[in-house]
Write a protein that binds this ligand. Sequence first.
Ligand SMILES: [Zn+2]
Length: 80
Amino acid sequence: MPDYLYECPNCGRFSKIQRISAPALETCPTCHAPVKRIIVGGSVLIKGSGAIKGGDWDGKKQVEDYYRRKQKDEHGDGID
Ligand SMILES: [Zn+2]
């Protein structure tokens, strides 16, 4: 089964092994904040995610963009 990577705004990155057909997690199993699934090529096992926090990580911009869009949706302010 593939190992999916998620980004939690509170806990940082974590990985979860799921079936391909399983739905993506929407909330963090630890703190229940909304999480974003990060697509990784192949079956990459990430360990020691502490090294990622605060670093320059390519996906960070995507995650920020995701939360910005999500907030906008929730507020329904009609911009765009
Ligand atoms: Zn969390």
